[in-house]
Design a protein around this ligand. Structure first.
Ligand code: GLP
Length: 263
């Protein structure tokens, strides 16, 4: 794992967007795992700008989102399908048929989970998976006690998560669905590269536990420590409780892979 600290939320998001763009340019038919949440909005803003101004071409990319609420139709303004349409899909040239999100309205959710895993497999697996982190330490919607080998499945949301996401539901946590379909921790760990983005003071404590603490199913993001190619990009605020900052900064300044991202 490598940790990169940038000055503010926009610089952190810009770095993540540049990494995504580099992967898309290197492999135009990249299989890209996408995440939702407020943190990712800036990344999608930067990717949309790169598409518009620099011709970044997503026409051959296939995408898989991490998760979706159960019980919200795709056109519900709170669904993750709607979020993705607004923040990314309507702004770049990803072919609609290539943009997959679990169907939280499926009559048979277990079958939908199996189908989703099959689609990922048929695409050849995920090349690069973007991740945020919830205040309960989740990646996707892998709430505390999610098995580290879990696959796509239904998951009950914790009160902390529903509270955290209430802002998107008019501030009312009771309106946040109680369950979601989410890729499992095991599904996520199979992606060939992972990039987690965390910004803001509210993420500092959980980020430090996920990155520097013990691996535990109580904090599904801690499982990223098992992955051989994982980058964690944070702003100064989210980095506030990391203890090995000097080392992380040294690696960023000195390792050749980061040279083109110094600016
Ligand atoms: C939701 C998503 C997560 C995301 C988290 C962080 O719970 N299911 O994938 O990481 O939100 O959200 P935010 O970026 O709004 O803090």
């Amino acid at each position: 794992m490598e940790v990169v600290v940038r000055s503010d939320a926009d610089a952190a998001a810009r770095l993540v967007a540049r990494l995504v763009a580099a992967r898309v340019r290197a492999k135009p038919d990249l299989v890209l795992g996408l995440a939702t949440g407020r943190t990712m909005e800036r990344v999608y803003d930067h990717l949309a700008a790169m598409h518009r101004n620099a011709g970044l071409d997503f026409s051959q990319c296939r995408t898989f989102n991490l998760d979706e609420y159960i019980g919200l139709p795709a056109d519900d303004e709170h669904s993750y399908r709607h979020y993705m349409d607004c923040h990314l899909f309507s702004r770049v040239n990803i072919a609609p048929a290539n943009a997959k999100i679990p169907d939280g309205m499926a009559a048979d959710l277990r079958a939908e989970a199996v189908r989703y895993e099959r689609l990922i497999g048929e695409a050849g697996g995920i090349d690069l998976q973007l991740l945020g982190i919830g205040e309960a330490g989740h990646i996707g919607f892998n709430e505390p006690l999610s098995a580290l080998m879990s696959r796509t499945r239904e998951k009950a949301l914790t009160p902390v998560t529903r509270q955290q996401n209430a802002a998107m539901f008019g501030g009312d946590a009771d309106r946040v669905p109680t369950r979601a379909l989410t890729m499992g921790v095991g599904t996520i760990l199979e992606a060939r590269e992972l990039i987690l983005l965390a910004t803001g003071r509210a993420k500092a404590a959980i980020l430090a536990r996920a990155v520097e603490g013990p691996i535990t199913a109580m904090i599904s993001a801690s499982a990223l420590q098992l992955h051989p190619n994982c980058k964690v990009v944070v702003d100064e605020e989210a980095a506030g409780e990391l203890t090995r900052r000097e080392y992380y900064d040294w690696v960023f300044r000195n390792e050749p892979e980061w040279r083109e991202y110094q600016g």
